[in-house]
Design a protein around this ligand. Structure first.
Ligand SMILES: *Cc1c(COP(=O)(O)O)cnc(C)c1O
Length: 401
């Protein structure tokens, strides 16, 4: 059975760094809590009881392993396209993988509550689900603009018993929600754990979330080899903070012949500042929200406004492991525009009967473009990070069907 394990390339040094990226640049009040979390996290990696409980919940609650599906109609463009179906997980995306891990860890550390930010509400719903399952309180911070936009997820969180904290500061979206959640956490570090939503933030978060997501790649590598033989030529995933991409990439890092491709949102175009979120492509090095990475910034270093049709990709920074993989040339980062994303959303819906999340549609968009450049012997493995039910009304408002 596939087992979580992190490749040394994406495991930090003792200061929480991956090359020049990462680190723990924190509020002094946070330092102690981060240290406690780091200890807690490292103790569970070798704890057979913890792992057994996590495996039980992966199989019986999340529904793992998620299958790999050969998308034969999409593949008539050229290369063969395979999908890792994280959209079939309970709650409809990959986020439940790290939420189950984080809440199990919080419980093991004796915490009563988990606190987090959410953008589109996907992380909030997954965390509220895991907290309901394991009997912990859950406090979710969400920008007022996102609350208005993402009504079904707001309702889900309330039904699951989470306490929702609206954040009206600044643009009222994800970045402000992160600041607000951290502030609330600092006031209650004894009883609570901050459960971040991606491979971002100060150490140990990037390592911890990557560890919990690594199940995706370990499963996929085993499944692909036993069903189709060998490894894919390219492994492709969308990148917001980078957790679904890193979860898949991790297992293939030592397979030098496998190309790893992250796909970022080019929004309305890379030439339109403030109207895309192509962090790896156009960001500059610096520190944002407790860690170093490439991020989209103004002259004075403040984070730029960002945009993507997919709210889950709408963040000016990106995980430090991805920045490092880019620096050493092990992964490459491409982009897809809002328009290409909508085309891919419809193509997968109509040609394969799978409605993908707009986030995941970015990876599909690149795969379609790439498949057409390659012959039918090449094989592309795409992480279908989530399902698109949450996006259907928005899409219908954008295109006339
Ligand atoms: C949140 C989300 C993403 C983006 O987050 P990563 O950390 O980059 O994976 C991608 N796909 C779906 C379906 C999401 O909900």
């Amino acid at each position: 059975m596939a087992q979580e394990k992190l490749n040394s390339l994406v495991t930090p040094d003792s200061n929480g760094n991956f090359g020049q990226h990462g680190g723990k640049i924190g509020h002094p009040a946070l330092a102690k809590a981060l240290e406690e979390l780091e200890k807690g996290f490292h103790s569970i990696i070798g704890d057979t009881e913890f792992i057994a409980e996590m495996k039980r919940l992966q199989a019986t609650f999340i529904g793992r392993p998620s299958p790999i599906y050969h998308a034969r109609t999409l593949s008539t463009r050229g290369a063969q396209i395979f999908l890792k179906r994280e959209d079939l997980n309970h709650t409809g995306a990959h986020k439940i993988n790290h939420c189950i891990g984080e809440v199990l860890l919080a419980k093991k550390m004796g915490k009563k509550k988990v606190i987090a930010e959410t953008g589109a509400g996907q992380h909030g719903v997954a965390l509220a689900t895991a907290a309901a399952l394991l009997g912990l309180e859950c406090e979710i911070h969400m920008g007022v603009v996102d609350i208005a936009k993402e009504h079904p997820n707001v309702s889900r969180m309330k039904i699951l018993g989470a306490k929702l904290v609206p954040v009206s500061a600044g643009a009222g979206t994800l970045k402000e929600a992160v600041d607000s959640a951290f502030e609330s956490y600092i006031g209650q570090v004894e009883d609570s754990m901050f459960a971040i939503g991606s491979v971002v933030g100060p150490a140990p978060y990037p390592e911890m979330v990557a560890y919990f997501q690594s199940i995706v790649g370990h499963e996929a590598r085993e499944q692909f080899d036993s069903m189709y033989g060998g490894q894919p030529d390219e492994v492709i995933a969308c990148v917001g903070g980078g957790s679904n991409a890193l979860g898949l990439f991790n297992a293939f890092l030592d397979d030098q012949h496998v190309e790893l491709v992250g796909v970022e949102p080019a929004g309305e175009g890379l030439d339109k500042p403030g109207r895309h979120a192509a962090t790896m492509t156009l960001g500059k090095f610096g520190n944002i929200q407790g860690f170093n990475c490439y991020y989209l910034q103004e002259e004075d270093g403040t984070p730029s406004a960002v945009h993507s049709i997919a709210s889950g990709l709408d963040y000016p920074g990106v995980g430090p492991q991805h920045c490092y993989l880019k620096d050493i040339g092990r992964a490459r980062y491409e982009t897809a525009t809002d328009e290409e994303c909508l085309d891919a959303f419809l193509a997968l819906s109509r040609e394969e009967g799978i409605i993908p999340a707009l986030e995941s549609s970015h990876a599909v968009a690149y795969a379609l473009r790439r498949a057409a450049q390659l012959d039918a012997s090449k094989r592309l493995l795409v992480n279908l990070s989530g399902r698109g039910d949450k996006d259907i009304d928005y899409v219908l408002g954008k295109i006339n069907l």
